[in-house]
Design a protein around this ligand. Sequence first.
Ligand SMILES: [Zn+2]
Length: 286
Amino acid sequence: MPRRLIALEGNTQRLDGGAMFGNCPRALWERWIAPDDRHRIPLACRGLLVDEGDRLVLFETGVGAFFEPKLRDRYGVVEDRHVLLDSLAAHGLSHEDVQVAVLSHLHFDHAGGLLTPYRDGAQPELLFPRARFVVGRRAWERARAPHPRDRASFIPELPELLERSGRLEIVDGERAESLGPGYRFFVSDGHTPGMLVSEIDTGRGPLVFAADLIPGRPWTHLPITMGYDRFAERVIDEKRELLDDLHARRGALFFTHDATTPFARPARDERGRFQAVPVDAGGFGG
Ligand SMILES: [Zn+2]
């Protein structure tokens, strides 16, 4: 049975454009994404839902609504409701229906949506009561013992909640037992240690959930990296390897952070540089 792919919009964020574009000069990046009067650019935090007919697999949960008001403002999260839950409801679904949730890494803008929305005086609780949670080994270890440079990107309570659920699968290789055939991982270390970049066999060609290796269309161009990346040159080498392979196999990319484009196909321009051409959910492969 072909797998139905649904881009699930989550809470949106506004982050400093200079930090998002690393060493790329503003004169260049502001032609791609216009900053607001606080120098911030709009970013999506969307998930990808794979409907297999008899099972729902969710890739990431976005930032969600767990932040207290002060931190919500600091990190530019626009909405105070949990938008991804609304997006599931718009498809007649609930977080309780999801059987597997794959988390590329545990930075809050990818995993915060696992938690209940903020309520004054209440502790956050884990949503997705039936899902198995898939996390890469080194991404898990990093979340439990962050580095001073990325400590603010993690949710201190989250690892214990995941562990206590009894439904956590920590992955060492390129496959997860909870997912079974038709899914495999490319493990990336440039952005954060052990990030899982998932490849989904859609029945119409491979689709790669690019996570923070390629957060949106402008970052498909190889030299463009983020200030948040741990090793920018490693990111570029990993992107080249991934894009060469995916382009040769006529695959597609899924962007979690691109404000307007969830699905795109890698292509080369007349000078051989990689770019991403938007396609709809059915418009790749073959
Ligand atoms: Zn990240």
